[in-house]
Design a protein around this ligand. Structure first.
Ligand code: SF4
Ligand code: SF4
Length: 68
């Protein structure tokens, strides 16, 4: 897996609006039990569309497999 490959992660304070879910071309985000968004890192390609769509600014991109 290339070092530069990224994945999106959702920080605290997600308001579960679902915008990221709609924006993701790979259906890599779901809103878990209507509470907060979760990214499936196995599907995510780090394109950043969800980050741009999030009104709360709680999505960041990280290197895949890296520690926070
Ligand atoms: S970075 Fe792209 S592929 Fe990954 S969850 Fe966000 S929209 Fe989907
Ligand atoms: S767009 Fe942002 S606030 Fe809305 S569900 Fe996704 S991560 Fe949460």
């Amino acid at each position: 897996m290339p070092q530069f490959e990224k994945t999106a992660r959702v920080e605290e304070n997600c308001v579960a609006c679902g915008n990221c879910v709609k924006s993701c071309p790979l259906s890599a985000i779901t809103v878990y039990k209507g509470l907060y968004a979760l990214v499936d890192e196995n599907k995510c390609v780090g394109c950043g569309k969800c980050k741009n769509a999030c009104p709360a600014g709680v999505i960041e991109l990280y290197p895949k497999g890296g520690v926070l």
